[in-house]
Write a protein that binds this ligand. Structure first.
Ligand code: NAP
Length: 287
């Protein structure tokens, strides 16, 4: 089966490299063509002349774009040219409703959607060790699993369309809590005058150790907030979680506080920084 990828940002680029290395990538496309051209040179994989050309030339389309409206723009752009029977694997983080809408648009052309958001950060995309949570038809997932194995170390089928994105919402709530905890704790350590490198080293080895502390702890204490995962994208994800909870009249206090904090940072011009830029606020609070 021929495979193409749409969306070569922080995550898509890592996925494209691993797909290419394993011989599972035939075409690529990015809205900003310079990015596609650079990767074409590096990987010797052809850049499609248009998004429609990519859709009409491959059987599997992996998508990794920013937000709900972007996914729907992409799906509408490929709807007329996609081949019947093709499989779109959307790795972006969007709402379950958007996944359902995208699946309906593709079904008109007898094409399939798997909502397949991922976790593991840019490091996971780079190393081919993403965790993927998949909604849709399990038989369709079985068909594409050999391709997905080159970008993931864990692929779990969650249930019908939207279940992958529902699971990703859970992941994003946990990520918000970890960000709150790690940034607050390290700002506290700094205010106490403790040796930060040693604090991170020893705490990482115990019960409070976690991926975020290990991968973003030192950089945040050095005021380096290069994404990583853009704060504005996590804000978008938490708004999805909030809206899902509201449908069940439920509250998510931790999510609400994180949305407020991120909004403040976005207002101050830090939306394109890594989510660890929350450290900026924690430092101010503890100064
Ligand atoms: P990113 O670096 O900002 O890249 C976004 C990509 O989407 C770019 O290639 C961009 O094209 C493309 N794009 C945006 N809007 C588009 C549109 N309307 N039509 C076509 N292409 C469009 O973001 P990222 O970090 O790779 O994240 C991508 C998705 O993965 C998001 O949904 C995010 O929530 C999710 N995610 C991110 C991480 C992480 O750690 N970064 C982890 C897990 C999941 P241009 O180059 O033209 O702007």
């Amino acid at each position: 089966m021929q495979t193409g990828i749409i969306g070569l940002g922080a995550m898509g680029t890592g996925m494209a490299r691993n797909l290419a290395r394993s011989g599972n990538l035939n075409l690529l496309w990015n809205r900003t063509s310079a990015t596609a051209d650079t990767l074409t040179k590096e990987l010797d994989i052809t850049a499609a002349a248009s998004i429609q050309q990519l859709a009409s030339s491959v059987d599997i389309i992996i998508v990794c774009v920013s937000a709900d409206k972007d996914l729907l723009e992409v799906i509408k752009a490929i709807q007329q040219s996609i081949r019947p029977g093709s499989i779109v694997i959307d790795t972006s983080t969007v709402s379950s409703e958007t996944a359902t809408k995208a699946a309906e648009l593709l079904a008109v052309r007898q094409a399939h959607l798997l909502d397949a958001p991922v976790s593991g950060g840019v490091e996971g995309a780079k190393n081919g060790t993403l965790a993927m949570m998949v909604g849709g038809d399990q038989a369709i997932l079985d068909k594409v699993k050999p391709v997905l194995d080159s970008i993931c170390s864990r692929i779990i089928y969650m249930g019908p369309t939207g279940s992958g994105q529902g699971t990703k919402a859970v992941n994003q709530i946990i990520a918000a809590g970890i960000n709150q905890a790690v940034t607050e704790a390290l700002a506290f350590a700094q205010a106490e005058g403790l040796p930060l490198e040693k604090v991170i080293d020893v705490v990482s080895g115990g019960a409070a150790g976690n991926w975020f502390l290990e991968h973003r702890g030192l950089s945040m204490t050095r005021q380096q907030y290069q994404p990583g995962f853009k704060l504005a994208l996590h804000h978008k994800d938490l708004k999805i979680c909030q809206s899902m909870a509201e449908q069940n009249s439920a509250d998510l206090p931790l999510v609400q506080q994180t949305i407020i904090d991120y909004q403040q940072l976005m207002n101050d011009g830090f939306g394109d920084e890594d989510i660890s830029a929350l450290y900026r606020l924690k430092q101010k609070n503890l100064a």
